[in-house]
Design a binder for this molecule. Structure first.
Ligand SMILES: Cc1cc2nc3c(=O)[nH]c(=O)nc-3n(C[C@H](O)[C@H](O)[C@H](O)COP(=O)(O)OP(=O)(O)OC[C@H]3O[C@@H](n4cnc5c(N)ncnc54)[C@H](O)[C@@H]3O)c2cc1C
Length: 475
């Protein structure tokens, strides 16, 4: 370890910010701080914004102080949970980032199957603590995704068909509203706000903690991917369509089209080979899962079948290294109905035509418990759709795939035009037309969200997001 020079020490001592926020106990980071570039970076390396101040909160009081400070100084606010949103809404130019990344505590009450999760926690934090008790709630499929942003948009994952979306398991949330007031939202307290938080995104306030319902799953589940050569994708997809239509709710699947990633569990001779992969996770007894998955595993001689009993926590981070922080990402997305032969043709024709070996298509199978909750019961829209597809252009810094694969994603999306059936708000990129936010909810849910927004944030203080504009806003 090298000893810092006097000049370096002097530089570090200068780092306390020029800005002070009364009563704030966390870190305040402005452009003169040595960590500024690290702390303003989000998951998507294509996003490069320079906030005036990053307020890294260590508790609810800090969040209240930061919201009031921002309002007093007329600063634009961005809210950061896990920093994973592809549109990069967790960071803004010139304004203040209210950053909850230091607030990651998770507390579990196994007797009542409840978890309390702070607003900056990641899904890996939640799984780590809840699986000690063999408990889970529906979370995302990458462990470094933030709980807050994912939950507030809805939350799709392996367990949703059995246990509902993440929002279907949300019991309460503590929220700092636009005027710096702390409210608890639940079925009994501010029920309109509670309804809006279950799908309406970060439009209504800063959530400092969530309370979730837990279920018994794990610590070992039957899970893993099955891989087929890309040339088999059309036939496998037809089989998959019929297979998932009749599959039990316990079975969660995500189909992925792209090259086989160089994961240690995948033999080296398959790395970078174009494949259709179906990720599976069975949220029930292993033997039942073996029976349920049998027909899919027997379909058209897979290249590789990695399905087996596996620790749920490990499975939840199995693909983390394929979606690395700091690479560049561009997504297009839509919900889809059941896969007709025509729709399968469109998917098969476009899925393998990207240039970057890291670009891919992911398609989550929905239905089950997702579609049994009535439309409008929460603010998550389009519950009757069968699949949510994302067309993900990925290129590393310095690689020149960006323009071509962005065009690929847009062209593929255009080809899906007549099949589109709404969209998941959390899969929207940064260059979407604002009409796509309405599309994410449908007219009835969207109009109700506008009512709640107008009540709790009439000045549109929280607008650096997939924005729901209040009535008569000037922001
Ligand atoms: C690799 C990858 C995998 C993904 N997998 C899934 C998946 O399996 N299932 C799924 O449903 N989604 C998934 N997503 C999408 C994910 O839901 C969104 O990216 C979500 O926004 C991530 O939440 P975050 O807290 O990390 O976001 P951030 O980028 O930190 O925040 C995004 C927005 O959420 C709001 N927000 C964040 N924190 C708070 C808070 N504490 N209070 C109020 N508002 C807040 C703000 O409006 C903010 O602009 C994935 C994304 C990526 C990049």
């Amino acid at each position: 370890m090298t000893t810092p020079t006097t000049a370096e020490l002097g530089h570090r001592r200068k780092q306390p910010n020029l800005v002070e926020i009364g009563g704030f106990r966390g870190r305040l980071i402005s452009a003169d701080h040595a960590d500024y570039d690290i702390e303003r970076a989000v998951w998507n390396g294509a996003v490069d914004r320079r906030p005036r101040l990053i307020a890294q909160c260590i508790g609810t009081a800090d969040v209240v102080a930061a919201v009031r400070f921002a309002r007093d100084h007329d600063l634009e606010i961005a809210i950061r949970g896990g920093g994973h949103n592809v549109a990069g809404t967790a960071v803004c130019d010139d304004g203040i980032v209210i950053d909850l990344s230091a607030m990651r505590a998770v507390q579990v009450d196994p007797a009542h199957r409840r978890a309390w999760v702070q607003g900056g926690a990641l899904w890996g934090d939640v799984d780590h603590e809840t699986q000690v008790h063999g408990l889970v709630t529906t979370g995302g499929i990458v462990s470094h995704t933030g709980v807050a942003g994912l939950t507030l948009g809805g939350g799709v994952g392996w367990l949703m068909r059995k246990h509902g979306l993440t929002v279907d398991n949300l019991l309460a949330a503590n929220v700092v509203t636009a005027n710096g007031e702390l409210l608890r939202a639940s079925e009994d307290e501010h029920p309109d706000l509670f309804w809006a938080l279950r799908g309406g995104g970060g439009n209504f306030g800063v959530v400092t903690s969530f309370e979730f319902r837990l279920h018994c799953v794990g610590p070992t589940v039957l899970a893993g991917p099955i891989l087929w050569d890309a040339s088999d994708a059309r036939e496998v997809l037809r089989f998959y369509r019929d297979f998932v239509r009749d599959s039990p709710d316990e079975l969660g699947t995500v189909a992925r089209f792209g090259t086989a990633p160089p994961l240690p569990v995948i033999p080296a001779d398959l790395h970078w080979r174009p494949v259709m992969m179906v990720g599976t996770c069975y949220a029930g007894p292993i033997e039942d899962g073996e029976r349920a998955l049998g027909p899919l595993r027997a379909c058209r001689s897979p290249l590789l079948d990695l399905v087996g009993p596996t620790p749920y926590v490990g499975f939840q981070s199995a693909i983390d290294s394929t979606v690395v922080h700091g690479w560049n990402y561009y997504w297009k997305s839509t919900h889809l109905p059941e896969l007709s032969d025509d729709l399968i043709e469109v998917i098969a024709a476009h899925a393998f035509t990207c240039e970057s070996p890291r670009s891919y298509v992911a398609m989550f199978h929905l239905k089950g418990a997702v579609s049994r909750v009535a439309e409008g019961e929460t603010a998550f829209g389009n519950r009757q759709a069968s699949h949510a597809i994302t067309l993900d252009a990925v290129w590393r810094p310095g690689e020149d795939f960006g323009a071509r694969d962005t065009a690929w994603a847009r062209g593929f999306f255009a080809a899906l035009g007549r099949f589109r059936q709404g969209v998941y708000v959390n899969f929207l990129g940064g260059d979407e037309d604002p009409s796509r936010v309405r599309e994410a909810y449908g007219d009835c849910v969207y109009d109700r969200l506008v009512d709640v927004k107008t009540r709790y944030d009439p000045d549109n203080v929280f607008h650096h997001n997939q924005n729901i504009r209040p009535r008569l806003s000037h922001a």
